[in-house]
Write a protein that binds this ligand. Structure first.
Ligand code: NAD
Length: 219
């Protein structure tokens, strides 16, 4: 499978290159950085993976839709307008749009949903997320997704930006005399990179639509 990697020079770009080098079933056939010739690079590939910045999203989804190339979109922090552009493009091509490609975090989504159902609204719900000091968006896309699962009116994520933390998310249910904590810690970007490659293998077999990593994993 021939992949176009958009944002190849970034932290996630490097992690995807390293993960792809371990997998003989796929090739990073083209790489694009800021200002690169995206349309030309897309022609040479079957699927695109994007880890860039939210400002790039509209151009990326439109280019992929025009050339009928499936997309794995890992970039976070999009505005409502940018999300509309993703939804519009997904009527033409299959797109996996996931704030977090790690298997553990997607299981955390399912566990948080179940815990919220079981514990009810008598338990306070809190989300704390921690990332490296250069992360651009806050709260993280993963924390926003957790907030949507728990009821956005009930919880506002707390964000910590410090050091070189790859990514941590804690969901805390506090009752009277007891507390339940669900915590995920990513120790390496390899988990996101491997998940993005798994999503790429999956998305090329789908029809047009907007999919999540939970769809890819069948959760
Ligand atoms: P980074 O700043 O290290 O890398 C971003 C790269 O994109 C840079 O090399 C930059 O030059 C390039 N870029 C910017 N605009 C571009 C454009 N228009 N075209 C092509 N390249 C462009 O950031 P990062 O840590 O790699 O994170 C990238 C994004 O991925 C962020 O939104 C982050 O939140 C997200 N992320 C998602 C997951 C996930 O599992 N979905 C995991 C980690 C990070």
């Amino acid at each position: 499978m021939r992949i176009l990697l958009i944002g190849a020079g970034g932290r996630m770009g490097h992690a995807v290159l390293a993960a792809a080098a371990q997998d003989s079933s796929l090739t990073i056939a083209a790489k694009v950085e800021r200002g690169g010739a995206l349309a030309l690079a897309l022609e040479r590939c079957e699927v695109a993976i994007d880890f860039t910045v939210a400002e790039a999203t509209e151009g990326v989804v439109q280019s992929c839709a025009e050339r009928r190339k499936p997309l794995v979109l890992g970039t976070t922090g999009q505005s409502a307008g940018q999300k509309e552009a993703i939804a519009a493009a997904s009527r033409e091509i299959p797109i996996v749009f996931a704030a977090n490609f790690s298997i553990g975090v997607n299981v955390l989504f399912a566990l948080a949903r179940r815990a919220a159902e079981l514990l009810g609204k008598e338990f306070d719900r809190d989300i704390i997320e921690m990332h490296h000091r250069t992360k651009k968006d806050a709260p993280s896309g993963t924390a926003k997704r957790l907030a949507a699962i728990l009821g956005e009116d009930l919880v506002e994520p707390v964000s910590v930006r410090a050091g070189d933390i790859v990514g941590e998310h804690a969901v805390i249910f506090s009752g009277t005399g007891e507390r339940l904590e669900l915590i995920h810690r990513a120790g390496s970007r390899a988990t996101f990179a491997q998940g993005a490659l798994r999503a790429a293998r999956w998305v090329v077999r789908q029809s047009a639509g907007l999919y999540s990593m939970e769809d890819v994993l069948g959760l």
